[in-house]
Every structure is written in C-alpha cells, then in structure tokens.
Design a protein around this ligand. Structure first.
Ligand code: NAD
Ligand code: GLY
Length: 358
C-alpha cells in the first residue's frame, strides 16, 4: 500500500493506494476516526460487487453500520437525493460522530461529500473511489456538490474527506469507456505539470489499457501527488487550482450543448484538451508538437478528439455561463509546453471563435 499525505493543516489527510484495500476499510478508518455509527453510501450495483468486502471489515471493528443505496447516474447529484439521504440519516439517529463512507465514482463522492458537509453542520466522511476518474481526481481535494437545473455543481462546499482509500482492484470491473474517460484526467496531469508522466503514458498506453498493475499504481499515485500539490497551494481555487481545469472549459460546453448524453465527462474533456492545445499553438504559446502529441495520445487511448458539430454562438454563450466566468470574462488554461500551463483571465471570444472555425 502506498500512502500520500495532503497537507492542509488541521484538514490534512492521507490518500491510501493499493490492492486489497476494500477488506481493510474498517481497519484503516479506525486509525483516524472513532465513529459512533457508519453509513455506507453507494449504488446498488456496487453494493452487489463490493458491499460484503467493505461490511466484513467494518463489522470487525464492532461499529453499527447502515447502508444507503443511491440510483446510478448524474441525476442523483441533486438536492432531492441529498434530502432523501438526510431523512435516512435522521431515521438512523446519526449524530456528529457518525461517519459517511462514499463507495463509488465521482457521483457518489460528490453527493456524499455534500451531505457530510451539511448534515448537522458537518460530519466526517471517507472517500472509497472505485472509478479511475474518482481515484485520480474527484475523491481528492474536497470539492463536493450537487447539480441545479441551471447548472452542474452549482450547489456545493469545499469539504475535505478524512481519508481516501483507493483500491486499484476495483478498476477490474469498471466498464472500458469509464476507464478511458478517467485516463483523460491522467493525461491532463501530464500536460499541466509533468512531462515525464506524459511520456510514460505515450510509452505504456497498451499496458495501461490492459490494466497492468504496476502501470496503474504509477499513474494513479503520480496523478494524486500532482492534485495534492495543487490543492495544498490553493485549496479554495482562488487562482492556481484553476490549472486543473485544463480542457474542462470547452469540455463542459460540449457536455452541456450535447445534452449530457453524447459524451461522458472524460471524453468531453479529451476533446476540450485537444482544442485548448490547438488554441495555445495558434496564439503562439506552444510549438506545433504539443497539440500533435496530445491528439495522438488521446486517440491511442481510445478517446474522442474531434470537435463535434456545435453552433459557435451557442458555444460562446455557454462559455460565459460557466461558473468560473466572472465579470463577463472567459477564464482559460493554455499550454506553454508539456508539463506547463498558463492561466488566462480574459480570453477574447474572437480567438476562441477563430480556433473553432479553423
Ligand atoms: P460515476 O460516479 O457516475 O461512475 C460511472 C459509472 O461507473 C457508474 O454507473 C458507476 O456505478 C459505475 N462504477 C463505478 N465504479 C465501478 C466499478 N469499480 N466497477 C463497475 N462499475 C463501476 O462517474 P465518475 O466518472 O466516477 O464521476 C463523474 C462525476 O464526478 C461527475 O458528477 C463530475 O462532476 C464529478 N467530478 C468531481 C470532481 C471533484 O473534484 N469533486 C472532479 C471531477 C469530476
Ligand atoms: N477537478 C478540479 C478540481 O478539483 O479543482
């Protein structure tokens, strides 16, 4: 097992990575918390796959444990679903020493984290991420949220988990398209911060897609270290943390304008990253080689790279509605070279339009 610490003062916690960790969730959790009660929040399908393993370890600790099952899909990240969970927590007489465990991907993690942040003004929660995306991104860093009909992640809180336990074995049952979508986020870390990670992904794509254990351990640990370093510097995204949004500005726009049905998040981010690199090159921030290598790697990972047929006016409007847009200015992350990016506070829409039309 590998252990990374994320240093946020009194909100610091460990990220534990390895094989066979689901059986050890109870034991690992007992090192940091003394719960009055445990509530396991997960999807029914994940409970069928992994519930017994987690429950067996929790029982060994002698803790009273209840289970809350949440339907799969982005629509569960809602205030209505959060309300259902609050009702159940009250039925179970949960107090401020009760601990929530989020067993699942980003949907379960974001929703459970939001409930933990708000139930009785905040109770502890632990992330047990089971998708590649959640292991390298959403379980780390304390962004929790539910969606509002007017926008994704509009209602939320920065609220850190007390521990992240990522069992790499869970990736064996993850659908291939979900695994590839998580890879898009790993590629992002290479672009924003670590050229050697990017090289590694280029040189080991086939092994990674075959879920080679050593490769997975390397890319997940490296990604988590980069995320931890960024979050330590700027926990509440006043500026620097924005670099984690490379490719996401256009990615979110693609998701919104295609009704969240044509692409899953990581696929839209993959396309967004290719376009962001193309724009960077057009603005002479980087060499031609950067968008070329990025597009090639994204294709090799089986991710889409082609900009879909979208109305340019609608794209610009959507960019202005992004929650990171302030004072009618589009914030954008450009790449300077692999491993280094730049935050642009006011990207001219004309430049974006020119890039989309070229
Ligand atoms: P997800 O949570 O919807 O999981 C994808 C699918 O995989 C689900 O159907 C789930 O049941 C299934 N699944 C999960 N683990 C499995 C496993 N081991 N085996 C088999 N099936 C499994 O999707 P996701 O990509 O993990 O997360 C997407 C969400 O994360 C979005 O809501 C996004 O907004 C959020 N997100 C949050 C942050 C953050 O910093 N908080 C960052 C990135 C994304
Ligand atoms: N996923 C972007 C962030 O955590 O800031």
């Amino acid at each position: 097992m590998q252990r990374l610490n994320i240093d946020l003062g009194e909100r610091s916690y460990d990220i534990l990575l390895g094989s066979g960790l689901l059986d050890r969730v109870g034991e690992l959790l007992s090192q940091v918390l003394q719960p009055s009660r445990i509530i396991l929040v997960t999807h029914p399908s994940l409970f069928r796959l992994y519930g017994d393993k987690v429950l067996a370890g929790l029982k060994k600790q002698g803790w009273a444990t209840d289970i809350i099952e949440v339907p799969e899909g982005e629509t569960s990240k809602s205030l209505q679903q959060a309300d259902i969970i609050y009702d159940r927590l009250l039925d179970f007489n949960c107090d401020r020493k009760s601990v929530l465990i989020a067993l699942g991907g980003g949907v379960i993690g974001d929703l459970t984290g939001f409930v933990a942040a708000t139930y009785q003004r905040g109770i502890p929660f632990v992330q047990v991420p089971t998708t590649l995306l959640s292991q390298v991104d959403s379980s780390v860093g304390g962004k929790t949220a539910v969606n509002h009909p007017k926008g994704k992640n509009m209602i939320g809180a920065f609220y850190q988990p007390r521990m992240v336990i990522a069992d790499l074995d869970t990736l064996q049952t993850l659908p291939q398209n979900e695994f590839r979508a998580g890879l898009a986020e790993v590629i992002k870390y290479g672009v924003i911060s670590d050229a050697s990670l990017f090289d590694y992904l280029e040189n080991n794509t086939a092994k990674i897609l075959q879920l080679d254990h050593e490769c997975l351990a390397y890319i997940i640990k490296t990604s988590c270290s980069i995320k931890a370093e960024v979050v330590e510097k700027d926990e509440r995204e006043s500026h620097y943390r924005m670099i984690l949004n490379f490719g996401h500005t256009l990615g979110h726009t693609i998701e919104a304008l295609t009704g969240y049905s044509q692409f899953i998040h990581g696929e839209a981010v993959a396309i967004g990253m290719v376009q962001a690199a193309k724009l960077s090159q057009q603005l002479e921030k980087c060499q031609d080689e950067v968008p070329k290598r990025l597009r090639k790697l994204i294709k090799k990972c089986g991710l889409p790279s082609q900009w879909p047929d979208l109305d340019s006016k609608a794209v610009i409007e959507c960019l202005y509605h992004d929650k990171k847009t302030m004072n009618h200015k589009i914030k954008f992350i450009l790449v300077k070279e692999l491993g280094s990016v730049e935050i642009v506070e006011d990207m001219p829409e004309a430049d974006i339009l020119k890039m989309l039309q070229s």
